[in-house]
Design a protein around this ligand. Structure first.
Ligand SMILES: [Zn+2]
Ligand SMILES: [Zn+2]
Length: 750
């Protein structure tokens, strides 16, 4: 082979194209020359500088050989072979020997100017230094330039292109002009990387899809502008991403940004969907934790395209809240920020209670009171009645939850104010009840229903309290009263009498039960006598309770369900409470509005009574006898007793008329007899219009978490100090009102 001369066809100042027979050159400069079959790479470079007349001080070049592959009878396909060293040169020079019908070899020169480069060719010891003396430098600096014809056939006939193995590094030589590095369709051994070029977006997508499929990962693509693509792993915790755009300099779609590899686990197909849903919802919750279930559902439908079940979204959201706000200690720190976000967006009224540390930037949490102006606004349309109660939260810090609720036109609890505290005491009840008077309602004649706990009684009876007559009428929940009694007198028989005495509306019946109790146990009677009878006995209530004798604790705290769930910390629970409250408002508003639109006027309790009368009227025959003073005696064939109805007083001796403030069956019988419209005796608090107004105020959008304002005026809160461990220092008691006390102008639903 030593004697063999190989004809060499050199081309430069043009570009490599891809056609049906593989690569070819289209350009302005050509030279024919011959080299010895055993020429070394350095010698070739010297020779080519002579042949081409290029200035080695001002330019350098990479060499691409046109190498025949896929040789069939009458057809040869050529692929680019970078000539970078003696071995690759030898491969090229052997072509004419191996394939006698090929008469010469083609070398395409990629010329680059080095006049602005940091490497001065004059200082280089050999020409190979310019191209990169080490293999690393060669990899860095040699680029294959390859363009494809817009010939669909060439793509579909399975032509395989050689790929340059270089890694583009734009910083290796400053002033370096990057050359496109064309990807083949076959990416088995080549990772996606910056600098890799594709004919178009479709080809790029196919390449990325194939890589993802092989690695069992999934990504989505966004076309951010024309011919600009961002691929991201669908698992948002994984930072894998790829950006590509069509570059003006070569007209190809080039990868310009790549962050990899995937940090997510490969996807197991059967678990994928639920994992994906949970992850995605967590992402949304992290971004905007106040999104409602229905907002999340809508977002999902729009983004992914299919509907999620409400229960699935609820579960996923709860899980996400647990993960995002799962840490108790962190929770006390986050809490003021959440409240301040709710304050600035929805006008939330907040009052913090904490013990300052010697360093006043820190404090331990004692309690927080909050009320939404939406509730305060709605309460104006409810009957003048408030129920308060408290419950222990089964959590690390033994926190207590307090609630104040009104009752809406449909006899459902209407949440008004909340507090979370580290303990419940006289002080705390004073703070809570004063908070309601200062922030929630100044209404006169309120009925306050609570347990007969000594702390509450003490606060209500304090001088100057706004919870005494005529401002308020304190009443006990009969079930709480009964259980307090039972703790002192565990007799079942006595307990049953207490219940009957408390719930009868007949004064004489009440008296007889009380005498009975005195006879059975004088001590029990003495115990009862320490409380005014109007506190617990319906017969002495004077219509303040609207018939509400007991607190249904489960229903009262239903809106606070999140506080009960294991794993929820206080911040997460308040977030979920906000959710519940909003959906309660939305649901009740739309229900009452549609009932109104259907022509209904009154809520269920009244409608049920009218219906009861309509059905019993057929079976009972009511005998209505006029008495003196516009009173009527009503008797039925079935009832032994008879009742006296006084329409002008809205009263009946059965007690129900006064109790519920709408006509009892007897009063309805009188109305029917007199052809009076019974609705004039129904209290306005039962109208659907009032129900609608109660829930008419809209909650405002809370911005994403990153936009939450810092809580001003609240020190950094640490978890409450739980007795018996002594506090770190003698605490300074501070109670502060940190948010505006005037509600924001609230928006109404239409
Ligand atoms: Zn990933
Ligand atoms: Zn009656």
């Amino acid at each position: 082979m030593s004697e063999v001369n190989v004809p060499v066809f050199c081309c430069w100042n043009g570009c490599i194209k891809d056609g049906t027979n593989g690569i070819y050159y289209e350009g302005s400069n050509y030279r024919m020359t011959t080299v010895k079959g055993k020429t070394k790479f350095n010698e070739l470079l010297d020779h080519l500088y002579q042949v081409t007349g290029l200035d080695r001080k001002r330019s350098k070049f990479g060499i691409i050989g046109r190498y025949p592959t896929d040789i069939q009878a009458f057809r040869v396909k050529y692929k680019p072979l970078p000539v970078v060293d003696d071995t690759s040169l030898e491969t090229m020079l052997e072509i004419t020997t191996k394939h006698p019908y090929i008469k010469d070899i083609d070398l395409y020169l990629e010329v680059e100017s080095t006049s602005v480069g940091v490497i001065d060719p004059a200082t280089c010891s050999s020409p190979s230094d310019i191209l990169g003396g080490s293999s690393k430098r060669q990899k860095t600096d040699i680029h294959v330039k390859l363009e494809r014809e817009t010939d669909r056939n060439s793509e579909s006939d399975g032509v395989v292109h050689l790929v340059d193995s270089s890694t583009l590094n734009k910083d290796s030589i400053s002033g370096h002009v990057s050359k496109p590095c064309m990807s083949s369709l076959w990416l088995d051994d080549h990772d996606l990387r910056v600098g890799l070029c594709f004919k178009d977006g479709d080809e790029l997508k196919k390449a990325v899809d194939w890589c993802s499929l092989k690695a069992q990962q999934k990504c989505v693509v966004r076309e951010t502008a024309k011919d600009e693509y961002i691929f991201e792993c669908i698992r948002w915790k994984c930072k894998w991403s790829l950006g590509a755009a069509r570059m003006k300099k070569h007209g190809l779609v080039e990868i310009i940004k790549y962050t990899g590899p995937h940090t997510c686990h490969p996807i197991v197909p059967e678990d994928f969907k639920s994992e994906f849903e949970t992850d995605e919802i967590e992402r949304a919750v992290r971004y905007m934790p106040t999104q409602t279930i229905s907002e999340l559902k809508k977002w999902w439908k729009k983004k992914i395209g299919y509907e999620l079940e409400t229960s699935d979204v609820r579960l996923a959201k709860e899980k996400a809240i647990k993960r995002v706000f799962g840490d108790w200690d962190q929770s006390f720190e986050d809490f003021p920020k959440l409240m301040s976000a709710l304050c600035s967006s929805n006008g939330l009224l907040v009052d913090w209670k904490y013990d300052l540390f010697p360093n006043p930037n820190f404090a331990s949490f004692c309690g927080v009171f909050w009320a939404f102006p939406q509730s305060i606004e709605g309460f104006q349309h409810c009957r003048p009645l408030i129920v308060v109660d408290t419950k222990n939260l089964n959590c690390e810090y033994q926190l207590k939850l307090m609630i104040a609720s009104g009752v809406d036109a449909a006899n459902k609890y209407f949440p008004l104010a909340f507090a979370v505290t580290k303990e419940v005491s006289t002080d705390i009840w004073r703070w809570f009840l004063t908070g309601i008077r200062e922030k929630v309602t100044q209404r006169k004649g309120l009925c306050l229903i609570s347990s007969p706990h000594p702390d509450i009684i003490a606060v209500v009876n304090e001088s100057g309290s706004q919870w005494q007559e005529p401002w308020a009428y304190h009443r006990f929940s009969l079930n709480h009263f009964y259980s307090q009694f039972s703790r002192v007198f565990p007799s079942f028989c006595l307990g049953a009498r207490i219940r009957r005495a408390g719930s009868t509306s007949q004064k004489d019946e009440f008296v007889s039960y009380m005498n009975d109790i005195k006879e059975k146990n004088p001590e029990a009677r003495k115990w009862l006598d320490q409380f005014p009878q109007n506190r617990w006995a319906l017969a002495h209530d004077n219509g303040r309770r609207y018939g509400i004798m007991e607190i249904n604790t489960k229903a009262l705290f239903a809106v606070c369900n999140a506080f009960e769930q294991a794993g929820h910390v206080v911040t997460g629970s308040v977030l979920l409470l906000f959710d519940e409250l909003r959906s309660k408002f939305d649901k009740s508003f739309s229900c009452s509005r549609s009932s109104l639109n259907c022509g209904d006027v009154y809520t269920e309790p009244v409608m049920d009574k009218l219906e009861e009368f309509r059905t019993t009227f057929v079976t009972y025959s009511y005998i209505v006898t006029p008495l003196d003073n516009n009173a009527f005696q009503v008797a039925t064939a079935l009832d032994k007793g008879e009742c006296i109805v006084q329409l002008s007083d809205c009263s009946c001796t059965c007690g129900d008329f006064q109790r519920y403030k709408f006509p009892c069956l007897h009063a309805l019988a009188v109305c029917k007899k007199l052809k009076f419209n019974p609705l004039q005796y129904v209290d306005d608090c039962y109208t659907l219009e009032r129900l609608k107004r109660t829930y008419a105020t809209i909650f405002s959008h809370v911005p994403e978490m990153s936009a939450w304002p810092e809580a001003s005026g609240v020190p950094r809160l640490l978890p409450p100090v739980i007795p018996p461990s002594p506090p770190p220092s003698p605490p300074t008691y501070v109670s502060g009102t940190k948010c505006r006390t005037t509600p924001l102008a609230t928006k109404k639903k239409s």
